[in-house]
Design a protein around this ligand. Sequence first.
Ligand code: UT7
Length: 343
Amino acid sequence: MTKLKAVITGIGVYVPDYILTNEELSKLVDTSDEWIMTRIGIKERRILKGEGKGSSDLGVEAVNQLLKKTGTSPDEIDFLICATVTPDMLFPATANIISDKVGIKHAFSYDINAGCSGFLYALITASKFVESGLYKKAIVVGSEKMSAIVDYTDRATCPIFGDGAGAVLLEPTTEEFGIIDNMLQSDGYGRIYLHQKAGGSVKPPSYETIDAREHFIYQEGQPVFKAAVLNMADISVAIMERNHLKSEDIAWLVPHQANMRIIEATSRRMGLDPKKVMINIDRFGNTTAATLPLCLWEWEPRLKKGDNIILTTFGAGFTWGAAYVKWGYDGEKQETGSRKYET
Ligand code: UT7
């Protein structure tokens, strides 16, 4: 039997219109544009406004753009996986809700929560179904309304996160393109440094948990920073070595957008020319499971069939990972629609 690979054949994204600038944040907490730019590298982030709107609404926009752009009917989709830490509700899965809202009716769907590594975990999981030959068209979505769990009185976390969504179409190919290799890792000990204290089964919501602001992101920045630098760099170098890739063989690095200093440390360890590193953290912040597709979408017109691309992530869990992708199409030839997010 011919061996199949899973290849990305299109990208759709959505970010909400509202721009939360460092200037506006510095009116909410004791911070400054200078501190945020030097320590994190974020200038602004997008925020989803409006009553009753959640991560599924962001995901729906990204998936609809993807379907339109690739000329795909919702009926053709076999399954959809949504990576999110900000589901519309604890159950059912946001993937079920997105599928319903976009008219995907003949498919299965479920969520993956792997923190900021969620999109990569979902992509690799989906690729295995596709490689099996049983499923022909899959959608992987990363969708986050991070503003729902950000404490805008906590200056240590509120500058970091933004809202957004990205989706890719994954299809089988007999050619040597697509997801070639991956390495995924997790270490649950990291939970002590990055978590949401209440709202789950250990500490259900109560007046006390609300008063103690325990439904927001809790992060001890320094240990998370150290673990992110070490693990993202190590796993990126490891996947290069396993695939005999030298820095000059790599066309693009797609790193999770958590902190400019983490991205720079990773690309330095890989020996990469900074021009090969996709960076849009300055405009979108950390959109958790949406950072990788937001980068891929923005750089899509410059991607060439056969480009060697490394995706790398680190996030809550801790979770981290890397994938080696041989890009499957010339990006400039795709109908990309409006690129209104570019500055
Ligand atoms: O994607 C999920 C994974 N998450 C991450 O990768 C995040 C990893 N961590 C980080 O990116 C960084 O640790 C942060 C950006 C969160 C913090 O940067 P840092 O350089 O580690 O700062 P720090 O926490 O050590 O704080 C240094 C100082 C402190 O003041 P003192 O104690 O030295 O007087 C903080 O109170 O900076 C202060 N500070 C701020 N000052 C101005 C913390 N936040 C702010 C702020 N504005 N927003």
